[in-house]
Structures are given as C-alpha cells and as structure tokens.
Design a protein around this ligand. Structure first.
Ligand code: PLP
Length: 325
C-alpha cells in the first residue's frame, strides 16, 4: 500500500550524549516530533496509510475518537483538512469553556466535535459506527479510524519507520540495539515489531513504555493488530510469528494524562539541558522510563539506544499549570 506523503521524511536521527552519557548509553533520538508542524508526531506516519485507504475507498468524511486533548484527533483533523475531507471527532471529556492545545487546532481546521463522558466512552466504537451511519444517511461516505490510528493499516507507518531508522543507523555505522518509545494505543509498538521482523532484525529490542494500562493489556493489543495484519494479507504469518516487543508498565506514574512534580522536574531538566521538548502525557514518561531503565541496568549498555520521539508538544498548552510552583 502506498501512503499519502503527509509526513516530512526521513525524520532526523540525532545524538544526545548529554542525556545518554550519565546513564552509560549511546543515546540517539529519532525525531518523529518533526514529521511536520500542526501535522506532527507519530500519528502522521499512520495517517499517511489510513487516509490513502480512505481515499481509495472514495470516502469524503473521516471519523475518529480520542481524549479532548488527543494528539491523534488533532493530527487526523489537520490531515483531513489538507486532503479536502470532512472530519468528525468523538472526544472523551468535558467541552472546555475555552479551547486550547490540540482542541484549538481541531476547531481551527474545521473538525466537528462531539463530547462524551467516561461511561459512553466504553461504547466508543458503537458510537463511531452510529456517526458513520449519520454521514451515510446524509449522502456522504465515511471512513472510521480507530483510537490512536492503531490498526493494521495505521501500523504500516511504523513498519516503514523501522526500515528508515535501520537504514540511518547503518549509514552511520551505529549498532542499533534498543528502540524505546511511548505506548498509548499500541500501533507504534506493533508497527516497529512487525517492521524489524520483516527486516530479519528481531534481535533489536523494541521497548514500549506504557503511559496507561499495563503490560498484559498492551501485549494483547499489539498481538491483535498483528493478527489483523496477517488476516488482511498485509503481514506474512512468518513476520507475525517472529515479531518481538516488550512493554514496560512501571513509568506511567499516577495515571494517563496525570503528572507529578518529579516528572515535571525531569521534563524541565531535559528541556533546559538539551532543548528537546518532551510532553507530560507521552514522550516525557517514555524518556524518563528509558533513562531510568538504563540507570537501573535493565537496558543493555552495548550498542546504540534510540528514543523514538513521537511528538505531543501541544500537550503542554493544555496543562500550563503543570509548570507553576
Ligand atoms: C505524542 C504521542 N506519543 C506516543 C503515542 C502513543 O502511540 P500509540 O498510540 O501508537 O501507542 C501517542 C498516542 O497515543 C502520542 O500522541
């Protein structure tokens, strides 16, 4: 499947000795936060494939869901606008009196928003199907993208990213051993594991730092995505059988999209010493997890460790109070 060229690729691979040296690792950062501006982060790679499929099916309206603060919803809204598609978002949480961060951008690009509470969120897939039916009843052609863009088609974005990263590492003579990233809905982990399996490099340690839920939950999610990929003929049975990943669920802190003064202090230190901005919901927890795992000896010190920076900058504008005090 050929993706739409939504992401600015290849993203840079940069050395960060000031972060890696103190914990004894050769740390490089794969800058997927630089896949674009408003259209930035890991979701853009997934959307390249998802919207290619939407257009191939003749869709004129894209529907998806996420938290009110969702990076995925924002990237979908911006990408849809760029392709001349309508966008409807089902958002978990209360409608704020004043939109900021991702929601502000959703509105700016003209996405329609519908807000639901936690009980209704459990039925999000049924609700998305109902919204798709409404589009059909009005004469439109809907295309539904699941939460986080995390299905087999979306994960193809990270199958391609695995090849891009390995090529960059090889060109520089780096011995790529670990690829660490935030896991929120599983598609990035699934795509990387599948991609390295396709390349015959299952020796590369794909580590997803969970920002919510736990290891058993995400192992199930990743397995289901890979099974879907095989069922749809996107992955071979051998690739699915060979795919390797591990989820580390001890760095999510007090919960999804919640933070602590210790976490904020760590993100601040990274920003001040390197200029790299990690967000409080995903990439901050993942980088803190990477450095913590390395410090505690649970991440091998040999070869090169890559932190996949998946974006999320706008998250800060949704919780400015986190920097107070
Ligand atoms: C900035 C950022 N990083 C990482 C993730 C996690 O990626 P995935 O949903 O593929 O697990 C997300 C979305 O959930 C995100 O918005």
């Amino acid at each position: 499947m050929k993706p739409l060229p939504l992401a600015l690729l290849p993203t840079p691979l940069e050395a960060y000795p000031r972060l890696g040296d103190p914990v004894g690792i050769d740390l490089h950062v794969k800058r997927d936060d630089l896949t674009g501006a408003a259209l930035s982060g890991n979701k853009v790679r997934k959307l390249g494939y998802l919207l290619a499929e939407a257009e191939a099916l003749g869709a004129d309206t894209v529907l998806t869901c996420g938290a009110v603060t969702s990076n995925h919803a924002r990237a979908t809204a911006v990408a849809a606008a760029g392709r001349g598609l309508a966008c409807r978002l089902l958002l978990r949480g209360r409608e704020p009196s004043r939109a900021n961060g991702n929601l502000l951008l959703d509105r700016l690009v003209g996405a329609e928003t519908r807000f639901i509470g936690r009980p209704a969120w459990r039925k999000r897939n049924e609700l998305l199907a109902e919204m798709a039916e409404e589009v059909r009843a009005a004469g439109g052609k809907p295309y539904v993208i699941p939460e986080g863009g995390s299905n087999a088609v979306g994960s193809l974005g990270y199958v391609a990213a695995a090849a891009e990263l390995l090529q960059q590492a090889e060109q520089r003579g780096l011995d790529l051993r670990h690829v660490v990233h935030a896991t929120g809905s599983g598609g990035t982990t699934a795509g990387l594991a599948w991609g390295f399996a396709r390349l015959g490099r299952t020796d590369i340690d794909v580590v997803g730092i969970a920002v919510c839920d736990d290891e058993a939950y995400f192992d199930g999610v990743v397995r289901r995505i890979l099974e879907e990929a095989a069922t749809r003929g996107l992955a071979t049975a051998d690739e699915v059988a060979a795919a390797r990943w591990r989820i580390v669920d001890t760095w999510k802190g007090v919960g999804y999209a919640q933070t602590t003064p210790a976490e904020i202090a760590a993100h601040r230190e990274v920003a001040r010493t390197t200029g790299l901005i990690v967000d409080p919901v995903y990439t901050g927890k993942a980088l803190r997890g990477l450095l913590g795992e390395a410090r505690e000896g649970r991440l091998g010190q040999e070869g090169t460790t890559v932190f996949l920076h998946t974006g999320g900058l706008f998250g800060w504008f949704q919780m400015p109070e986190a920097l107070e005090g």
